[in-house]
Design a protein around this ligand. Structure first.
Ligand SMILES: [Mg+2]
Length: 387
């Protein structure tokens, strides 16, 4: 079976109100932008995938698909996925750093051709994955306590908070308020979003750069609150400091969501930078290579819990990856009402991926590949550019 065409649409999903994520406090986001990729085969199968391209890079990916990826993949054997992964690595090195969503669409087509969900092709045994509610904004402690209680009422057994305040004390106050509200049995994760230079600003626009000392101080405070992990407390290429922090921290340290390519991920692992590695199927490396990376992580007695802040289609790819990994344990589920809710970020799916209200787990769809069906009318309505 050969690839006949590679197409892509840039969609913009309007938010019900401007959203101020902790990693971009200078800009009020009015839409979630995403690229929807379709890989069509000569048998008429269409593999789909979608990533979050909220950093203004959607048009660049579309141009790269049109000018570079399509000529490289049209006519290619669909099942020669290692060769396809290498072609995407070539694209990542010379043209556009995050072409991986195309690889997810290729694998969706492979799954459809085989009549099996991807996680089953990859030997996964979990047919559901616990979802944690991943908040995006920094809000005041009382508000966040209310938000957390509402998330627990919706079924979530884990919640990720964003800390991006001027002082450690303010950061800790938010986590304290939420812990007090939800009690000891709900997992709390804390994301500092210090991985990228652009993210290291306070809501007032001033610089907010954590030192190794602040990261360790914060980790020690969070240990008393039973925090499951502290995420991205330091710049993502600061291997030496990350290793030192992980060695000294009383809470697990997580990161790697935007480290790119298998070489960077392997370097992080060899340097023992994290307790928990968080590559993303749409943004970090070819999805099947991430499953292989997961085996390397497990061999080092570390954990891999993919990053999945994306549209519903982007979450769908990472869900398959999570379910194929040994002891992944958690699915990142974007959730920050009233803005980030399934009706908004999953609008392109005919059937949204929803956590079970009793257990907080998301079941793997029964269909082949990613197991999702696109709402074509919704996508057409939201499309702002197509190649
Ligand atoms: Mg993160």
């Amino acid at each position: 079976m050969r690839i006949r065409d590679v197409r892509a649409s840039l969609i913009e999903i309007p938010y019900p109100r401007p959203f101020v994520p902790s990693w971009a406090p200078e800009g009020k986001h009015r839409v979630m932008a995403a690229v929807v990729v379709e890989v069509e085969t000569d048998a008429g199968l269409i593999g789909v995938a979608g990533g979050d391209m909220g950093h203004g890079s959607g048009p660049l990916l579309l141009a790269t698909i049109r000018d570079v990826i399509r000529p490289l993949l049209v006519g290619h054997d669909l099942f020669a996925t290692e060769h396809i992964a290498n072609r995407l690595r070539y694209v990542a090195q010379y043209f556009f750093p995050r072409p991986w969503v195309v690889g997810v669409a290729v694998w969706d087509a492979v799954g459809k051709a085989c009549g099996r969900p991807l996680y089953q092709l990859w030997g996964g045994v979990a047919n559901e994955v616990r979802a944690y509610a991943s908040f995006g904004e920094v809000r005041d402690p009382a508000q966040r306590a209310d938000d957390a209680l509402a998330a627990v009422a919706a079924g979530f057994r884990g919640i990720k908070l964003r800390v991006h305040s001027a002082t450690v004390a303010e950061d800790v106050r938010q986590v304290e308020a939420v812990r007090e509200a939800v009690g000891p049995d709900i997992a709390l994760m804390v994301d500092a979003n210090q991985g990228a230079a652009r993210w290291r600003y306070s809501p007032d626009g001033s610089r907010l750069i954590w030192s190794l000392d602040r990261a360790l101080t914060t980790a020690r405070e969070l240990a008393d609150l039973g925090v499951a992990w502290l995420e991205e407390p330091l710049p993502r290429h600061d291997y030496r400091a990350q290793r030192a922090l992980t060695a000294a921290s009383p809470v697990p340290i997580a990161g790697g969501e935007h480290n790119r390519g298998i070489a960077e991920l392997t370097r992080l692992l060899e340097d023992d930078c994290f307790d928990i590695y968080q590559p993303d199927a749409n943004e970090s490396e070819e999805i099947h290579a991430l499953r292989q990376f997961g085996a390397m992580v497990a061999a080092r007695h570390r954990r891999i819990i993919p990053h999945a802040w994306a549209t519903g289609l982007g979450v769908a790819g990472n869900l398959q990856l999570c379910a194929s990994l040994e002891a992944c344990g958690w699915l990142e589920y974007p959730y920050d009402p009233p803005v980030i809710v399934p009706e908004v970020f999953q609008v392109m799916l005919a059937e949204p991926l929803l956590p079970d209200p009793a257990t907080g787990a998301v079941r793997l769809p029964a269909g082949p590949g990613l197991g999702v069906t696109l709402d074509r009318a919704a996508i057409d309505e939201l499309t702002v550019q197509r190649v």
